[in-house]
Design a protein around this ligand. Structure first.
Ligand code: AMP
Ligand code: MG
Length: 421
């Protein structure tokens, strides 16, 4: 059950200070996101700028690579048949009539009894059909002495052996790797069509917050969510913009939201049902808030809405909740918008639990774990405000809604914050 109806009714504002009436299940939130979030349009980007971008269209080779038959070794281009019978005790000779170097072909046709000095990558001249590696030869006053035969076609890289024209070399949806850029360049491709990067505005609310770089001062704390969120957005292929800190003042937050032209809005803090929590009712006012309250610990005061069709995420101010709600929901939308896989971008592993994990039926639990001796060891303290529990952890486990938890030794899926090293 969602708030899709109640959120738009006048009585919705009563939710403040009266607690969440109902919490949407995680699986339902994901369904809503997948149904509502569409990939952004494509844009052309120069190949040197395209690393990690997502291809919007298949790339088909228009040319052959290499575009000519080329030597795969340094040596001599010969007519293979003319080396037949060569042996240590029966060396054969050929006359060297010129050179073929990379980019500087031999201009002529090789005739019977002749050979051309050739270097790796140089075009194989017409008339020959093999490259005799330099190790198998001796050159003396323009004469080549051959002590081993070579078979036709040896050490020649044929035109198109790397890429045949017409082949689909990279498919739409590909996250471009460094070697993909090299391949595109080799095909003479200057620019590719990639999915636009989602632009994400990050709004941090809270009267108690000091800007990043400040020292905590008395009861004022330093905003940790902006830098964390910006890094998460970057990881997910978005372009983050961190807005100046916002006070818990409805009008100021309202102006900031109205001025945003981003593809996704992230609002940290004030997402719950307290008197200072302006974000939920603002999103209702400016758009719609189909979800407010999720059956997820520690990120239950999460809201998801839309302003002008653009997703808005109300992320709890507690940093662990903020991280969890970002990863499960906001990140998913950002990844989808940018054409990436919506799934969590963490390496998964199956590991046995070192100790038990308790969970309540009816909600998903985000449990931080250390990995020790091949076991997942839940971190004892689990406060949503204790960010160091996520830095001490190696991974997290998601305990599903229907589970009461796991006994020690249970095999669980862990999501590693870093890949395995
Ligand atoms: P809120 O979600 O605004 O009710 O905040 C919940 C808790 O998270 C409070 O203890 C806040 O001080 C804290 N908090 C809110 N925003 C941030 C932030 N950007 N960085 C660190 N802590 C925060
Ligand atoms: Mg606050």
């Amino acid at each position: 059950m969602t708030f899709s109806t109640s959120a738009t009714q006048p009585g919705f504002f009563d939710v403040r200070m009266s607690g969440f009436r109902d919490r949407t299940e995680v699986a339902e939130v994901l369904r809503l996101l997948d149904a509502r979030v569409r990939m952004l349009q494509a844009e052309a980007v120069a190949v040197p700028e395209a690393s990690r971008r997502v291809l919007a269209e298949d790339v088909q080779a228009e040319v052959a690579v290499p575009g000519f038959d080329r030597a795969a070794m340094d040596g001599y281009a010969v007519i293979a048949e003319e080396t037949f019978g060569a042996a240590q005790y029966n060396p054969l000779t050929l006359r060297i009539v010129g050179d073929s170097r990379p980019g500087q072909p031999f201009r002529g046709i090789v005739a019977s009894g002749q050979a051309v000095r050739i270097m790796t990558g140089a075009p194989v001249p017409p008339g020959v059909d093999a490259v005799l590696p330099v190790e198998l030869t001796r050159e003396e006053s323009g004469v080549l002495h051959i002590s081993e035969p070579i078979s036709p076609g040896r050490h020649i890289g044929r035109r198109g052996e790397d890429i045949e024209p017409g082949r689909i070399v990279l498919s739409a949806g590909r996250v471009l790797r460094p070697q993909d850029l090299g391949l595109l360049a080799s095909l003479g491709v200057a620019a590719v069509s990639v999915v636009s990067r989602p632009r994400i505005d990050i709004f941090i609310t809270g009267d108690e917050l000091l800007p990043v770089g400040s020292k905590p001062d008395g009861c004022r704390i330093v905003d940790s969510n902006s830098v964390m969120l910006a890094a998460l957005v970057q990881r997910d292929g978005g372009e983050p913009r961190i807005a100046p800190l916002l006070p818990d003042r409805r009008e100021v937050i309202r102006e900031a939201l109205l001025a945003s032209t981003a593809d996704v809005l992230l609002i940290s803090g004030g997402s719950s049902v307290g008197v200072e929590d302006h974000a939920p009712s603002l999103v209702v006012e400016l758009g719609e808030l189909p979800i407010h309250g999720v059956a997820l610990r520690p990120a239950s005061p999460t809201g998801i809405g839309f302003i002008g069709g653009r997703p808005v995420f109300l992320l709890p101010g507690n940093p662990v909740s903020c991280l969890c709600a970002y990863d499960l929901f906001a990140g998913r939308a950002i990844r989808s918008l940018g054409g990436r896989s919506p799934e969590l971008p963490y390496v998964r592993e199956q590991l046995p639990l070192a100790t038990k994990v308790a969970s309540a039926v009816g909600r998903v639990d985000y449990v931080r774990v250390r990995i020790r001796d091949g076991h997942a060891e839940p971190i004892a303290v689990s406060g949503a405000s204790l960010l160091s529990t996520t830095t001490a952890a190696d991974a997290f486990v998601l305990v599903p809604r229907d589970s009461e938890g796991y006994p020690p030794g249970e095999m669980v899926t862990v999501f590693r914050y870093d890949g395995p090293t």
